[in-house]
Design a protein around this ligand. Structure first.
Ligand code: GAL
Length: 425
């Protein structure tokens, strides 16, 4: 949450508001209504979140949609912060990873322990997921899914037309890129936005450094790792990927980049499996009309990104009831199955039948389990899972500036990452 870079100031104002008894957000919320802040506005995302609205409404409650466009939620988090500052947060908001703790520390989140107990969340959820949903030992958020970030998507017709196979190494990817260019295609669809740059970069780091190195760099913020030869190599490879992208990339939304692959204008995209939501919405079949593979060199690892809804404290009993109903529905099999098939993710609870899911999702579930066993499951830096929001914001700036700069060296970028990490200490 880049908007919380000024966290101490923000915290002070929030505490002031709380003391003034201004936490009456719910006072303005009508009985049985849940206002839900999210950033799911692309075709696949909107369809997926619609399933939750339908289920809530079927229980007799009202869904008040608070959608803030912008991939990966930077804009949504800015809007959430200002709503919270004015003492009027929504009942539920898409908040993820360590940011759940940041909001929990502000004392604004409600307690979901009773719903969790009734629904047996403790048993159902992998520890890596449930740990993030608790603040101070209490459930304050509910997980929706598990997205895998380190995916490479491709249009098989385009690959075939250029006479190339799905690449499994960076050398193969760059060689395929040349053939694709000659055949008149954009090799790699990309949107030049900081979070998309970071999404690509973290996969390169995982590929070249492996999961232990990835954790040292992005979770432990280890200075040696951040300025190591491996990091320099990752920065250099990341920058080289520009060769495969097109001039139209600055500012492009991720789903428009996915559309380029769907339309056969571009061959591939590095993106988390929410891209699958776009392929599915375009009626394309996994393994036939589009291909999924792990980003080169990351087959054994899994960069996870869990979407979740944190619930804000409410005064009104009926609104609280509606909020709890929403939390309960989110982990029930019906929602987990339908939502995740549309969204491209896998269920947050691993006990569900996956037979109706497509082959990329089945593979994701298998790889998730395998990565847990092999300890190669890593949290996504680009998707708010790995580090505090202020450090993440600084990393995003450095990665994007480096990617777009004509004179910043990889060494200089690495030094800046070290400086940003020092902020966190
Ligand atoms: C991610 C989020 C996904 C997807 C994506 C693009 O951070 O976890 O659910 O929505 O952003 O907006």
């Amino acid at each position: 949450m880049r908007a919380l870079t000024t966290l101490p100031l923000f915290r002070k104002s929030m505490l002031g508001l709380a003391m003034a008894g201004a936490l009456g957000a719910a006072g303005q919320t009508q009985a049985g209504e849940v206002e839900v802040l999210h950033w799911w506005t692309s075709g696949g995302e909107a369809k997926a979140v619609g399933t939750l609205r339908d289920l809530l409404e079927a229980e007799g409650h009202e869904w008040k949609d608070f959608a803030v466009a912008g991939g990966a939620g930077d804009s949504a988090m800015t809007v959430l912060k200002s709503r919270a500052m004015s003492g009027n947060p929504p009942a539920a908001a898409q908040i993820k990873g360590p940011e759940i703790q940041e909001w929990g520390e502000l004392g604004l989140l409600g307690n979901l322990d009773s719903v969790a107990e009734e629904g047996n969340w403790e048993e159902l959820l992998p520890g890596v997921v449930s740990d993030m949903m608790r603040h101070d030992g209490h459930y304050v958020a509910v997980p929706v899914n598990v997205h895998r970030v380190n995916w490479l998507w491709a249009n098989p017709e385009v690959l075939e037309d250029a006479g190339v196979e799905m690449p499994t190494t960076w050398d193969e990817l760059f060689a395929a890129g040349e053939a694709l260019r000659e055949a008149g295609y954009v090799p790699l669809a990309h949107g030049g936005q900081p979070w998309q740059d970071a999404t690509t970069f973290e996969s390169v780091v995982l590929s070249l450094g492996g999961s232990d190195f990835y954790r040292q760099a992005f979770v432990e913020l280890d200075e040696q790792a951040l300025q190591s030869d491996t990091m320099i190599e990752a920065l250099t490879t990341f920058k080289r990927l520009r060769e495969l992208m097109d001039e139209g990339m600055p500012g492009r939304d991720w789903n428009l980049a996915t559309s380029m692959v769907i339309e056969g204008e571009a061959a591939m995209q590095i993106m988390g499996d929410w891209a699958k939501g776009e392929f599915t919405t375009a009626d394309m079949q996994a393994g036939e009309d589009y291909l999924c593979a792990a980003v080169p060199g990351t087959d054994e690892a899994f960069t996870f990104n869990t979407d979740s809804f944190a619930m804000f404290q409410l005064d009104d009993d009926e609104a609280r009831e509606a909020q709890k109903t929403l939390a309960r529905l989110i982990l029930e099999p019906e929602f987990q199955q339908t939502f995740n098939q549309i969204k491209g993710s896998i269920p947050a609870r691993p006990d569900l039948d996956m037979s109706e899911f497509d082959r990329c999702a089945k593979r994701s579930m298998q790889d998730f389990q395998a990565a847990r066993d092999a300890d190669t499951l890593v949290p996504s830096m680009a998707h708010r899972m790995a580090m505090r929001s202020d450090v993440q914001g600084a990393f995003f700036d450095i990665i994007t500036n480096y990617f777009n700069s004509s004179d910043m060296t990889a060494e200089a970028a690495a030094q800046r990452l070290v400086k940003a990490a020092e902020l966190a200490m």
